[in-house]
Design a binder for this molecule. Structure first.
Ligand code: FES
Ligand code: FES
Length: 158
């Protein structure tokens, strides 16, 4: 077993300290070390986008980073958006516009859209499609995701 490295990472506003192997992926750290299984893992090589999280304000693929690279950084995962009783407007929009079917891709789509909509609060459909072009969905055919993103933009502007 390789040497362990001590890291401190803030996730959804809580600071965590852990000793990790240098080869541990950030996606596995979130899921297995912190129990935050809302971040899904599909391809594990940067193609599907389902592992997307917000890292220092930017959407990134957590399967393409090592946990040690997160030392001293701030992360938001889907668990940090809203709760069952108090959904974030982005989540409400996905529920109302049927942007979810099996839900496997959904956390990655939401975490991709969060920084996008903050930066571009009134996007065109083409801009939304471009923003989610790195998130693969095998169920929806994307139209409902696009509709949900438009509705979310409206709600987040209100
Ligand atoms: S699991 Fe990270 S991009 Fe597919
Ligand atoms: S809702 Fe099933 S993969 Fe997107």
């Amino acid at each position: 077993m390789s040497d362990l490295f001590n890291i401190t990472v803030t996730v959804n506003g809580t600071e965590y300290e852990r000793a990790v192997e240098p080869r541990l992926l950030l996606s596995d750290f979130l899921r297995h070390e912190l129990g935050l299984t809302g971040t899904h893992v599909g391809c594990e090589h940067g193609v599907c986008g389902t592992c997307t999280i917000i890292f220092d304000g930017q959407a990134v693929r957590s399967c393409l980073m090592f946990a040690v690279q997160a030392n001293g950084h701030e992360i938001q995962t889907v668990e940090g958006l809203g709760t069952m009783d108090d959904l974030h407007p982005l989540q409400e929009a996905f529920r109302e516009a049927h942007g979810v079917q099996c839900g496997f891709c959904t956390p990655g789509v939401l975490m991709t859209l969060m920084p996008f909509l903050e930066e571009n609060p009134d996007p065109t459909e083409a801009e939304i499609r471009e923003a989610i072009s790195g998130n693969l969905c095998r169920c929806t055919g994307y139209q409902h995701i696009v509709d949900a993103a438009k509705l979310a933009a409206e709600k987040m502007r209100a």
